[in-house]
Write a protein that binds this ligand. Structure first.
Ligand SMILES: *[C@@H]1O[C@H](CO)[C@@H](O)[C@H](O)[C@H]1NC(C)=O
Ligand SMILES: *[C@@H]1O[C@H](CO)[C@@H](O)[C@H](O)[C@H]1NC(C)=O
Ligand SMILES: *[C@@H]1O[C@H](CO)[C@@H](O)[C@H](O)[C@H]1NC(C)=O
Ligand SMILES: *[C@@H]1O[C@H](CO)[C@@H](O)[C@H](O)[C@H]1NC(C)=O
Ligand SMILES: *[C@@H]1O[C@H](CO)[C@@H](O)[C@H](O)[C@H]1NC(C)=O
Ligand SMILES: *[C@@H]1O[C@H](CO)[C@@H](O)[C@H](O)[C@H]1NC(C)=O
Ligand SMILES: *[C@@H]1O[C@H](CO)[C@@H](O)[C@H](O)[C@H]1NC(C)=O
Ligand SMILES: *[C@@H]1O[C@H](CO)[C@@H](O)[C@H](O)[C@H]1NC(C)=O
Length: 400
């Protein structure tokens, strides 16, 4: 009897200890003086809380509770001694004036951290409207003068879920030099007219999984740059925006291959583009292979919803006559259905220098708005394999 009581009491104390330990690991930024009044700069409080969490030998959680926090540039810098979580329940607001972030290429930066987790249902508000009116990137061709809202650089084994990025000044998120990162149920929004507000850009990263994102923005919903490998994009809803793109590739020297991209079970609605692979003419040699697009619904997509464009040359900033030397191979477009506002629903414009190889088209059903519902396909420098029922009928091979 007595020993049973002792056992129970010990177990109870053990539970209490566990609970206290879990509690102790929560680090609220208010403890470091965050005001959450939407006016006072709370960056210092976040930095201090992060420092405590990152130097802790046991796992800990930085908590940003409900409220509005005005913050300048913030850097969550690793490596940390143990896994750190960030629970954002409130809203972080960037200064509206781009000058206040001038020295930085990002607003909120996560760098060199292993096993980071971010969650909490909160919002990162880039307050971009002033910045959009100052964006002269189309004129100057220099598009990096505004800060990206969320930079994920050098992360391994990160899990980001249930957060929102709104009204970024430039890209919402840039994932660079990362390995094994999952973004689950992320919400992204900015007006369709906001310039260069790409949703999620991925570059030089391996094993990135984006699942369940809702993206409404003024540029590509997801764009995949050079050096991306094993990228999985699924259950993403995109629109307004410019669709889901691989590229552009071939603009710069020393670009690394893109290999292994799957875009599956996505809806692309009321966008300027659907799914596309774009490379610049007159490019250095490059590689894009194993690119798979399947189970995709298109609604009212303005320009060819299925597109390979190896003559990508926005604002005439290229030598359009020279072929792209990015080799595209092992590509499939499967089970893609819906509507196109462009009578050319499927356009495969491959390079006359290096034709596309092993392209498969299967089970396509795209109808065109306007006209009488019929669409066409055009191809150059590619001889696609066609299986299943393909509407509009696939182009016949043509070499220019
Ligand atoms: C990837 O990261 C997750 C944490 O987000 C971790 O649970 C998983 O084990 C990692 N996978 C590999 C292969 O390292
Ligand atoms: C489609 O997008 C345009 C431009 O972003 C917008 O004006 C229009 O209301 C949208 N239509 C629908 C049905 O969402
Ligand atoms: C992507 O992440 C989701 C949610 O964690 C998971 O269900 C899915 O299996 C992952 N996919 C890949 C290819 O890792
Ligand atoms: C995505 O998958 C779910 C579950 O299988 C299905 O209900 C939905 O229609 C799919 N959406 C698309 C765009 O394929
Ligand atoms: C189709 O998209 C165009 C341009 O984005 C927009 O003006 C129009 O309202 C959309 N139509 C439908 C039916 O959504
Ligand atoms: C394309 O796929 C085939 C098998 O389906 C494979 O042998 C080949 O290596 C792949 N090519 C590239 C460039 O990945
Ligand atoms: C193609 O889509 C149209 C419009 O949604 C539909 O009426 C038609 O039955 C579909 N055709 C096939 C073969 O699935
Ligand atoms: C309407 O569809 C028919 C085939 O069904 C085609 O021959 C004709 O050119 C189309 N007209 C227009 C204006 O697209």
């Amino acid at each position: 009897m007595g020993s049973k009581f002792v056992l129970r009491a010990t177990f109870f104390l053990f539970l209490v200890a566990l609970f206290i330990k879990a509690k102790a690991a929560d680090i609220d930024i208010k403890k470091f003086g965050a005001k959450a009044d939407g006016k006072t700069d709370d960056s210092q409080a976040i930095n201090s809380a992060w420092k405590e969490a990152c130097t802790s030998a046991t796992p800990s959680t930085v908590v940003i509770a409900k409220g509005n926090y005005m913050v300048g540039p913030v850097k969550f810098q690793g490596p940390c001694k143990a896994p750190v979580s960030l629970r954002v329940e409130g809203t972080l607001q960037a200064p509206a004036e781009p000058e206040k972030l001038k020295s930085q290429d990002g607003w909120v930066i996560f760098q060199n951290i292993d096993a980071l987790s971010v969650s909490g249902g909160g919002t990162f508000d880039g307050q971009g409207s002033i910045a959009w009116s100052k964006n002269d990137c189309a004129k100057t061709g220099k598009c990096n003068s505004l800060p990206i809202s969320l930079r994920l650089t050098g992360l391994t084994n990160a899990h980001i879920q249930d957060i929102t990025s709104t009204n970024s000044k430039l890209f919402h998120m840039n994932i660079l030099n990362c390995k094994n990162v999952t973004l689950q149920h992320v919400t992204i929004n900015a007006p369709g007219e906001s310039l260069n507000t790409d949703g999620i850009h991925i570059g030089r990263s391996t094993n990135i999984n984006i699942t369940g994102a809702e993206i409404q923005t003024g540029d590509d919903c997801v764009s995949i740059g050079d050096g991306s490998q094993q990228i999985n994009i699924e259950k993403v809803t995109c629109g307004p925006g410019h669709g889901i793109s691989i590229g552009s590739l071939g603009r710069y020297h020393d670009e690394q291959p893109v290999r292994g991209v799957t875009v599956r079970n996505c809806t692309i609605k009321n966008t300027s583009n659907g799914v596309r692979v774009k490379t610049w003419p007159a490019s250095p040699n490059g590689v894009a292979s194993d690119l798979h697009f399947e189970d995709i619904i298109m609604e009212n997509v303005t320009t060819s919803p299925v597109l390979i464009d190896q003559e990508y040359c926005p604002n005439g900033q290229c030598q359009a006559k020279m072929p792209s030397r990015v080799k595209i191979s092992n590509v499939s477009f499967k089970n893609i259905r819906g509507t196109s506002a462009d009578p050319v629903a499927v356009k495969l414009a491959c390079s006359k220098g290096i034709p596309c190889q092993n392209v498969e088209i299967s089970d396509i059903n795209l109808t065109c708005n306007g006209k009488n519902g019929t669409c066409t396909s055009v191809c150059s420098n590619v001889n696609p394999t066609v299986t299943g029922k393909v509407i509009p009928p696939a182009c016949s091979a043509k070499t220019s």
